[in-house]
Design a protein around this ligand. Structure first.
Ligand code: GDP
Length: 304
């Protein structure tokens, strides 16, 4: 928790310190709520999440005088509820590969958000948790992406299935990876995908094609489609979530770079507006700087 708290330090500085300083010892007033509104918006929590939290607080204050300690407790609970709602919808609390079954996790997102790093960290986490894994280097558009993925694979002893031909068909790489996984009864296949934004239409088509090939070749697999979002992009990340949601049939989100930004509130926007469960968070470049997302822990780290 200490590590997570340090990772969220910048968001905490902007958000919590301001909030706690404003609260003082007096009962909550409409002015405090106005400040809270500003702080939430500034942390990129988005209009919907901010309205929802403030409405709940206002209703509560209409019923009784709310002291700061109770106000803070109530605020934490509201934030937790927001983050939890899409997680509860999926019925899966913590995302982990299902034992005795082929699991395929697709990593999607625009270039630079930390997609490859996250895939590498998750390959490592899977191995540390006793799963067998392999990586499909299906971002065939950038030669450097294949090399980068191989470096991450080597760090954890995870084999990488790649096609050295320039601009190889990503679907062919996925085909090979599923074959390899079947023959070795691998638990988890991590699929890297292209993230070039210049040709958004083609990108979405390519993702849909990769998705179709997985569904066709491995109907028995449990497929997760994870969008990687860079927290420092704030509300722009929310727009990316909306754009990718359909094309890639997203089942979850990983928020990266929480350590470098004061916009950690974007987690709230993703949960409330895109209604997507946050599955992991990244707060650093190291192989272990990734953790399963826990709403309660996140809110505590943010507001402690
Ligand atoms: P991709 O283009 O989406 O595959 O992005 P990369 O995985 O290559 O990451 C882009 C840059 O972001 C690299 O320099 C990573 O080290 C860095 N990065 C990724 N995740 C995090 C994180 O959680 N925190 C920080 N500070 N940097 C990160």
């Amino acid at each position: 928790l200490g590590r997570l708290r340090r990772g969220l330090e910048k968001t905490r500085q902007g958000f919590v310190k301001g909030l706690l300083e404003n609260l003082g010892d007096d009962p909550l007033t409409p002015e405090v709520l106005d400040d809270l509104e500003t702080l939430l918006l500034r942390a990129d929590a988005g209009v919907e999440a901010t309205d929802q939290v403030l409405d709940a607080l206002r209703r509560r204050m209409n019923e009784e005088v709310v002291d700061p300690a109770e106000g803070l407790r109530f605020l934490k609970q509201q934030l937790c509820n927001l983050l939890e709602a899409p997680i509860q919808d999926t019925g899966t609390d913590l995302l982990a590969p299902e034992r005795g079954r082929l699991n395929i996790w697709l990593f999607v997102g625009v270039n630079g958000v930390g997609k490859t790093t996250t895939l590498g960290k998750l390959a490592n986490l899977a191995v540390r948790s006793g799963y067998t894994a392999l990586i499909a280097a299906a971002d065939t558009f950038r030669a450097a992406a294949v090399e980068q993925v191989k470096v991450w694979g080597a760090r954890s002893g995870v084999p990488v299935i790649a096609n050295s031909t320039a601009n190889a068909d990503p679907a062919a790489v996925v085909f090979d990876a599923i074959g390899a996984a079947r023959s070795k009864s691998t638990d988890l296949v991590l699929v890297d995908t292209a993230g070039r934004l210049q040709t958004k239409h083609n990108l979405m088509e390519e993702l849909q094609k990769v998705r179709r090939i997985i569904d066709r070749l491995a109907p028995e697999a449990r497929v997760e489609s994870l969008l990687i979002l860079d927290a420092s992009q704030g509300q722009n990340g929310l727009r990316q979530a909306m754009a990718f949601a359909q094309a890639a049939a997203l089942t979850g989100v990983v928020i990266t770079k929480l350590d470098g930004t004061s916009r950690g509130g974007v987690a709230l926007a993703v949960a409330s507006e895109a209604r997507l469960p946050i599955r992991f968070i990244g707060a650093g470049e190291g192989i272990r700087d990734l953790r399963p997302f826990n709403s309660f822990e996140f809110v505590e780290a943010l507001l402690a």
